[in-house]
Design a binder for this molecule. Sequence first.
Ligand SMILES: Nc1ncnc2c1ncn2[C@@H]1O[C@H](COP(=O)(O)OP(=O)(O)OP(=O)(O)O)[C@@H](O)[C@H]1O
Ligand SMILES: [Mg+2]
Length: 504
Amino acid sequence: MNKTILEMNNIVKEFPGVRALDGVNLNIRKGEFHSLVGENGAGKSTLMKILSGVYTDYEGEIYLCGQKTVFSGIRNAEKAGIAIIHQELNLIYELSVMENIYLGSFPCKLRHLIDYPKMELNTKELLSRFELDISPWEPIRNLSIGKQQMVEIVKAISKKADILIFDEPTSALTEQEAESLFKIIESLRKKGVTIIYISHRMEEIFRFSDRITILRDGSTVGTWERKNLDHDTLVKHMVGREIADIYPRIENHPAETVLRVENYYVHHPLRPGERVVDGVNFELKKGEILGIAGLMGAGRSELAESLFGAFPAESGGEVYLSGKKIHINSPHEAIKKGFGLVTEDRKRFGLITGLSVGKNMTLSVIHKIRKFFLINEKDEENIVEKYIKSLRIKTPSTQFIVNNLSGGNQQKVILGKWLATEPKILILDEPTRGIDIGAKSEIYNIIKDLSERGVSIIMISSELPEVLRLSNRILIMHKGHLQAIIPGEGATQEKIMHYATGGN
Ligand SMILES: Nc1ncnc2c1ncn2[C@@H]1O[C@H](COP(=O)(O)OP(=O)(O)OP(=O)(O)O)[C@@H](O)[C@H]1O
Ligand SMILES: [Mg+2]
């Protein structure tokens, strides 16, 4: 197991105006589980894109099984036995699950005819191996992000790689899905597949790694055997400073009720007879942090998006804002009434990926910086600079195209965009997904400040420690129903899981 299978030496990669990698070294042994960690923007994804043939213009050398290797493209890298599951999903929304899996390598008969029966059979086999209850014919757009991610994983595994790269595979998965992914990885390892794994979840890194390489600012800090590295040392090398406790002490004083929701329901978008949220009642106080916990399919995101006006036709019940009954029929109305929503799906709800960091942040506050028909550029610049600084967004300028930011930094732009609207009620749906541990603690501090200044916060999170440490009260959902609302103080993971799994 100590044989080197891959070496990347002195890798340098520049984008216009950005030196993403500045002499990175990476050494991978055959059959090991090797984790790659580092802050948002450290260069992890870029390095893996070079290894998988996405980027071919770089400096430095790659040795595969001792042979100097230059990949001419993705296909070429796949042929050499390297496959990658990208951080951002690369599926085509309008195509079916099986078409996505076999895109570019459709099984054919009679030379040019796509062999659909064969494709269906193969796909069924793959899906069942991973215990995935998905039809091969289902269009991708009908699947949850977690399921889409699983399809992406199945697709990569179907390529029978010797080296498999996972770039943040679990950030969009539920706990259940993540566990089934870990089982798959275990079985691949038994077959001798080498795993390179990127994640911001420290538990995963310590649970599975044989060795860990830390990157910082485009350079290698070093490689450690897992047993020689503890959590605090890893974090210190990653962010370049000590972080004693990532959770701040919150001293907010929830006051009068701002939002009251009664008998709230949301119909299933495709199966009208079914409700994904049903009979939910709760109150939210000024300056309060209300955590929402629940398992996958509990209806948490649907509740959040629907309160934000995303599905006016499918939802019902009563909503009172400061005692006045309101109807929100669109996100636009929600924004005007003081709501903000940070969603888990960056591409669908959060960002316009082709626009600049600045434009993305100011789009929702355009009415504040517009004088007649002219946009006051100075005001725009000020707002953007403020949030780039306070969120420590790693971008060369405000004009930088958002798509070119690292995944975690894109998430911070979404947060900045909603903070700029100065919302009265801020709904956060998995706000720290894909965010490094240093930035997480910054986001917790922002949540603290907001709540202490009287902003009411609804925070959905699958990371229970986050819910436990930040919430004044915790609302727990199970299969669309409100199972319990408990005080944050004295709450435990066990208690939350008890209600989340349907206990009374
Ligand atoms: N296509 C691109 N054009 C310009 N700059 C880019 C491009 N892709 C990445 N970068 C820059 O390169 C640097 C490294 O980004 P990379 O995506 O590799 O970070 P990362 O370590 O994967 O971060 P994260 O944990 O947030 O995913 C960042 O500063 C990023 O903005
Ligand atoms: Mg990345």
